[in-house]
Design a binder for this molecule. Structure first.
Ligand code: HAM
Length: 424
């Protein structure tokens, strides 16, 4: 039979990588607890119609879509937000607001594989549903800031914008929604010339081109500048005011924003308000991003329900940690190898292992039936801390030999006292 490789864009995460990934997942879960988000687990496969409704052309065209054996058109989720909006419009619709949900797991997009871009990747997703208060938007950025700090990243920077600025201008110029979406998709990819080609009104063009020039190092000045620049477009001006409010709140919350972008779009189509992304200087791909989506729950048949959220790209966070050489500071538990001196004692060795595990000690039982010396050599190689040697002579006295493999010292310990010896 042929040997197999993983499917293109799919990866095996082996020991070190899997450990780094679960470290970041643990930090995301810890952040969810700190901020009061309840974990929900939703299916990887959802109806295509649900996932594609407002995902935007770019993501829609990259979904893993197929017919199941019941002839339903389904897809692997490319993100979590649609699933959570489905919940908010069905099972969770009568829950008191605000609703704070947290999800973590794999998502799928048929992106071109490269460093930091995979076809199966992991996200931590936070959604805050039921309020249009800008303090909820600020919370998305602040919890992202907390996660970045918790995994030890430095010099990360937030980019903040508001989708209502461009949409406000385009709507007032009677640009239909489909064309607006196409323009925003181009802007998301920084293809400004292609975006501008789709705009007919000269006034609109000069306002948008002028917006590109508004960036200054002082983010408050940029936000104020946007507001006066779009004065003639009332919805855009309201959006600029909202952007200023979020900026102020995040800053008051102790998290500096490095850039405010007047012309900023994100791939997903459901955004209606503030949008943001977080980067480190060494990578030009975002580690996370989110924003306000006030119409999605309603689109899925729920009550009009404002909402905001963020998803963090966990693979990219792991990559950023490697680049910045921030090693996970998880304490490694002591490892104990339990080795019977002969095969006849393997039942005893098993019994002692169970006593230790019940007390929370990490035990690796010798299962290869190797001779004592070979088993100890192997334990050394795998950086085991202690070996518990189960022999007849010691057992008669209710004891075992405990060898400290680093110090190369051996003592006899009563089985009743064993757990105390390894208490971490
Ligand atoms: P997104 O910006 O599409 O937003 O994805 C969030 C993060 O997932 C990105 O910032 C990036 O770190 C990571 N990511 C995206 N594509 C890939 C890929 N091919 N390989 C590795 N990592 C990737 C969302 O998914 C929205 N659901 C966020 C949100 C939640 N908005 C409101 N609520």
């Amino acid at each position: 039979m042929a040997t197999f490789k993983t499917v293109r864009g799919m990866r095996d995460l082996l020991a070190g990588d899997a450990e780094a990934m679960t470290f970041v997942m643990d930090k995301a879960r810890e952040t969810a607890q700190l901020y009061g988000y309840s974990e929900v687990i939703t299916p990887v496969i959802e109806p295509y119609e649900l996932l594609s409704a407002k995902s935007g052309e770019e993501i829609r065209s990259r979904m893993f879509t197929f017919k199941d054996l019941g002839n339903r058109t389904v897809a692997l989720r490319p993100e979590f937000t649609s699933s959570i909006a489905r919940l908010a419009s069905t099972s969770l619709k009568n829950e008191p607001k605000p609703l704070r949900t947290f999800s973590v797991g794999s998502v799928y997009r048929y992106d071109e594989p490269q460093r930091g871009r995979y076809r199966e990747f992991y996200q931590a997703d936070f959604e805050l549903i039921g309020t249009s208060n800008p303090v909820a938007d600020a919370e998305m950025i602040l919890l992202t800031d907390r996660l970045m700090k918790a995994v030890g990243l430095r010099d990360y920077a937030f980019k903040l914008g508001h989708i209502g600025i461009i949409r406000g201008i385009l709507s007032q110029e009677n640009v239909d929604e489909k064309t607006q979406n196409a323009i925003l998709q181009h802007m998301d990819k920084k293809e400004f010339d292609d975006a501008f080609k789709l705009i007919k009104s000269e006034e609109c063009l000069s306002t948008l081109r002028g917006s590109l020039e508004l960036k200054s190092d002082d983010v408050f000045k940029t936000a104020e500048g946007i507001k006066s620049h779009v004065e003639g477009y009332c919805k855009a001006a309201d959006s600029a005011e909202e952007l200023k409010n979020v900026l102020k709140l995040v800053t008051e919350g102790g998290c500096p924003i490095q850039s405010v972008e007047p012309v900023f779009a994100r791939g997903l189509e459901y955004y209606t308000g503030m949008i943001f992304e977080v980067y480190i200087p060494e990578l030009d791909i975002a580690l996370g991003g989110g924003g306000r989506y006030d119409k999605l729950v309603e689109l899925f048949g729920g009550e009009p329900t404002p909402a905001t959220g963020v998803a963090h790209g966990l693979d990219r966070i792991v990559l950023a940690m490697q680049i910045q050489k921030t090693t996970p500071t998880r304490e490694r538990p002591k490892i104990v190898a339990v080795v019977p001196v002969n095969e006849a004692l393997k039942g005893e060795a098993l019994r002692i292992s169970q006593i230790l595990r019940a007390a929370g000690v990490r035990v690796e039982l010798e299962v290869m039936g190797r001779k004592m010396n070979k088993a100890l050599e192997d334990a050394d190689r795998r950086k085991v801390d202690f070996a518990v040697i189960v022999g007849e002579r010691e057992l008669k006295q209710g004891a075992v030999a405990v060898r400290d493999l680093a110090k190369r010292e051996q003592t006899i310990v009563k089985i009743a006292d064993l757990t105390k010896t390894f208490k971490i």
